[in-house]
Write a protein that binds this ligand. Structure first.
Ligand SMILES: [Zn+2]
Length: 171
């Protein structure tokens, strides 16, 4: 077959280097904020939880990070609980142009979609995220919040993998 040797080791290295260069935070990536459902909570480490009132009892727990005496815990603001971090910033390449998408989507929704390309190390966070703000530097100008639309697609040649996510404009 004539095509057998087209994808050489050198080609793979070039491809990998090119994508790695693109994914450097100073290149084409933009900061994106992943939003998680922050339903997981644990008792505040700074005060005692009152299981009857379901709130902080307002007494400092010795060893906690923010000592207080006035009755309202400054660490949980009296809630008695601390929620897991609800957001994470990652650096992704947005693909706004649907002609460049990795898959075909129905014409009636394709204009509401955007794809992002990210490093494989982001996969756990991307899987956990329910929505994303693409390019947080534009936050004050426009609402770039998108919801997860399709399953993530890994791609790459050889041992190098990246992840493509598809998001749909929310609201
Ligand atoms: Zn507290």
């Amino acid at each position: 077959m004539a095509f057998e040797n087209i994808i050489t080791t050198a080609f793979k290295t070039t491809y990998k280097d090119a994508i790695n260069a693109l994914l450097e935070t100073t290149a084409l990536t933009v900061p994106c904020q992943l939003n998680f459902n922050n339903t997981k909570s644990s008792e505040c480490p700074n005060c005692y939880f009152n299981s009857v009132t379901k709130r902080s009892n307002g007494i400092y727990k010795v060893g906690g990070p923010q000592s207080f005496t006035n009755g309202v815990c400054p660490h949980c603001h009296g809630l008695g609980l601390k929620f897991d971090s609800a957001t994470e910033t990652v650096y992704l390449i947005p693909i706004w142009e649907s002609r460049q998408f990795s898959k075909k989507y129905p014409v009636d929704i394709v204009d509401m979609l955007v794809q992002t390309v990210g490093k494989v190390s982001y996969i756990p966070s991307l899987n956990k995220a329910t929505s994303i703000i693409i390019d947080t530097t534009l936050n004050s100008y426009m609402n770039n919040t998108y919801e997860k639309y399709d399953d993530p697609e890994p791609f790459g040649l050889g041992d190098t993998q990246y992840i493509i996510n598809t998001w749909k404009k929310s609201g």
